[in-house]
Write a protein that binds this ligand. Structure first.
Ligand SMILES: Cc1cc2nc3c(=O)[nH]c(=O)nc-3n(C[C@H](O)[C@H](O)[C@H](O)COP(=O)(O)OP(=O)(O)OC[C@H]3O[C@@H](n4cnc5c(N)ncnc54)[C@H](O)[C@@H]3O)c2cc1C
Length: 374
């Protein structure tokens, strides 16, 4: 932490929304009640579901992958199957495949989109419990968070695109407070700051310590390692379950199809929570994450600014939304005109309240997506 008077570098908020790749959008695979992580027998196949992780799929990936491995290990110990099909080449499919290889199984990955075209590749990359439900699952989630965090931490400096970072937040952030509640002592405790260490921006705030995982680096490394270990990737779109069972010969199937599970597995609990990200130029002097009226992550490819949502399946980036995201953070630093925090920002008080109510709701409470009034 800097000394009382030290200030951290101010970001350069220059942003050209028309530049190629300046604005990206993805669909968070949000599942009402809880992410889905469980086995079931369907048409004589042992299917393990691993989807619905909302805005926290990167965060939870290694922990869920370990649970998938345990389900499959328990099955194959008696069935003696040696081949597994993984559906999906996003972070959930790639990390699950990695853990299945550790069991000595032969793994084939089937996916419509390969890693660079997935939602996982578009994620911002903070390690935090953002926009995901887990009603009644605090104990399981504690295991998942612990495994995921410790695995990512072991990957620091190993070419996985992981680093430890401070996150400065003007208000307590729900997604890191939840980590502190569910898995106390996993990440360092929050420090309450009498003043934030930014030029012209000295209001009180909070300092968290978390991880930054750079999805383009992380996913490419997973794919390279899987290929080196003999995993076969098959480009394939599945129209429905019958198509899966007619195409895939393996008796053990791991379903990591993200938002695609809504249609493929007829899962009506799945909802799209789309988000935009503005990609500013890489700024190596910025080493901190920042959360107020949106978020800012300083990655080695870009400084990424995000934090909005809408409830559509439209993956077309919105230049107007990206400009708003940049303007909201720049405003905090006194570098953009004042604006009211939009209602479709995750940190809007309406959404904070919605998240609180969803967390406390019993698992069978009807789902109210955040786009509807609280
Ligand atoms: C703007 C934004 C910011 C985010 N920021 C963060 C963050 O900072 N931290 C974090 O932890 N998470 C973040 N997330 C969330 C994270 O991106 C997701 O939770 C995660 O990518 C989900 O991974 P997945 O593997 O389940 O799905 P995906 O990455 O979507 O992969 C799904 C795979 O399944 C395949 N598939 C789907 N349907 C079919 C089908 N019918 N036939 C064949 N293949 C199919 C797809 O082709 C793809 O390969 C963010 C998301 C968005 C949109």
């Amino acid at each position: 932490m800097p000394s009382d008077d030290a200030e951290l570098p101010t970001p350069d908020f220059t942003f050209d929304a028309d530049a190629p790749g300046a604005c990206v959008a993805g669909i968070r695979p949000y599942r009402c009640g809880s992410y889905r992580l469980e086995p079931e027998m369907v048409s004589g196949r042992f299917v393990v579901h691993n989807y619905g992780h909302g805005g926290a799929g990167i965060t939870l990936s290694w922990g869920c992958a370990a649970k998938v491995r345990d389900f499959v290990q328990a099955r194959t110990a008696t069935s003696h199957e040696t081949e597994v099909a993984v559906l999906g080449s996003g972070v959930m499919g790639l990390t699950a495949a990695t853990r299945l290889l550790d069991l000595g199984l032969t793994v084939t990955i089937y996916a419509d989109r390969m890693f660079a075209d997935t939602t996982s590749h578009k994620a911002g990359g903070q390690w935090a419990l953002s926009l995901v439900e887990y009603q009644g699952k605090d104990s399981e989630l504690k295991d998942i968070l612990t495994t995921a965090y410790t695995t990512f931490k072991c990957g620091i400096g190993q070419g996985f695109g992981v680093s430890e970072r401070p996150n400065y937040a003007s208000k307590k952030t729900h997604n890191l407070e939840e980590v502190l509640r569910i898995a106390p002592c996993l990440i360092p405790p929050r420090v309450d700051l009498p003043r934030m260490p930014f030029h012209g921006h000295h209001n009180p705030g909070h300092l968290y310590q978390t991880l930054l995982i750079e999805p383009p680096t992380f996913l490419k490394r997973l794919v390279d390692d899987l290929k080196a270990r003999g995993v076969r990737f098959v480009q394939q779109n599945f129209a429905d379950q019958a198509h899966v069972f007619g195409t895939v010969t393996q008796k053990v199937i791991v379903n990591c199809t993200g938002y695609g599970a809504k249609k493929l597995w007829n899962d009506t609990a799945m909802h799209p929570i789309r988000g935009d990200l503005a990609m500013l130029r890489h700024q190596p002097n910025l080493q901190y994450l920042y959360s107020q009226n949106g978020y800012m992550f300083p990655r080695s490819d870009h400084v990424v600014i995000g934090g909005n949502f809408d409830c559509t399946e439209n993956e077309q980036p919105s230049k107007a939304e990206c400009k708003k995201l940049v303007g909201a953070i720049a405003m905090n630093f006194g570098l953009a005109p004042p604006m009211a925090i939009p209602e479709n920002f995750i940190q809007h008080p309406r959404i904070t309240e919605w998240l609180r109510r969803r967390r406390l709701a019993p698992a069978d409470t009807p789902c109210v997506p955040p786009c509807n009034p609280v």
